[in-house]
Ligand binder design. Structure first.
Ligand code: FE2
Length: 292
């Protein structure tokens, strides 16, 4: 059974054109293969006030955008164009290079409203960092969901309660949005070879720790069942399964992926293995060969 080995708190920062995100501290060193976990908002904006991230490049990883409230529009240098509405997922593999714009939808800007969602960066192994860009869009209506005994889940990637996602990921990734009624319980299988973590963004849950009879009562992962509160990211130990019980009505993400065990050289929107590769990305971007 997986238990909690570390609780990482979040803080609010401004991203892109100036929108507020909730982000775990020192996310870039937290858990392979995840490079970023940003909870966008929730923000309520008036007409014309919403901001996004206008044209910018990425190389060497994937960006996953999952919208809960609001409406966004996307356009990129590979010719993809789309919009995101509540429940929609956009899985963009930047690979060797993509330049894109992710901004509030024109219609949303006219009336304003609430924006809430996630952007997650998933690293690519060295052998796939320069792959051709790829774009997958899964509207809420085609996104697999499952509901059982007070637990609702959208399976963005991986498997939950017997339901499997339709997304094609480069490396094995689990990404599940879970809503739990107070008192509900979920036993989630996780491939023992993957790292995993839980991010709670509403309410409070408890992760069952089968080693609770051990004699280190105040240490994380030993001696106590661990509570995870709104705005906390819990890093889990190894094991085939995690048992989550909700103390209140709660919402969370379950994430899992492999340890890549490769050096990371990171600068802004580029995530490569060496400093030379980062310099090459800048050169390619400056001389116009970046996203060709
Ligand atoms: Fe981006």
């Amino acid at each position: 059974m997986r238990s909690v080995v570390q609780i990482v708190p979040t803080h609010s920062v401004l991203e892109g054109g100036g929108f507020k995100v909730r982000r775990p501290y020192s996310m870039n060193r937290i858990l392979s293969p995840f490079l970023l976990l940003d909870e966008m908002g929730p923000n309520v904006t008036g007409p014309g006030e919403a901001v996004g991230a206008p044209w910018h490049p990425h190389r060497g990883f994937e960006t996953v955008t999952y919208l809960l409230d609001g409406r966004m529009q996307h356009e990129d240098s590979a010719g993809n164009k789309g919009e995101l509405n509540p429940g929609d997922v956009q899985w963009m593999t930047a690979g060797r290079g993509i330049i894109h714009s992710e901004v509030p939808h024109d219609e949303f800007q006219k009336i304003g409203g609430r924006t809430h969602g996630f952007q997650i960066w998933v690293n690519l192994p060295a052998e796939h960092k320069m792959m051709a860009p790829r774009y997958q869009e899964i509207p809420a209506s085609e996104s697999p969901t499952v509901e059982r005994e007070g637990v609702w889940a959208r399976v963005i990637a991986g498997e939950c309660m017997g339901v499997t996602s339709s997304i094609d990921t480069v490396i094995p990734i689990t990404l599940i949005h879970v809503k739990m009624e107070a008192g509900a319980k979920l036993n989630q299988n996780i491939d023992p070879l993957l790292n995993s973590m839980i991010y709670v963004f509403s309410g409070k849950v408890t992760v069952f720790n089968e080693t609770r009879i051990k004699t280190r009562p105040r240490s994380f992962g030993f001696g106590v069942n661990q509570q995870i509160r709104d705005g906390e990211l819990a890093i889990l130990s190894e094991g085939p399964e995690v048992e989550i019980q909700s103390n209140t009505d709660s919402e969370l993400l379950i994430l899992a992926g492999p340890e890549l065990n490769e050096p990371i050289s990171r600068y802004g929107p580029f995530v490569m293995n060496t400093r030379e590769e980062i310099e090459q990305a800048f050169l390619d971007y400056q001389n116009g060969t970046f996203a060709n």
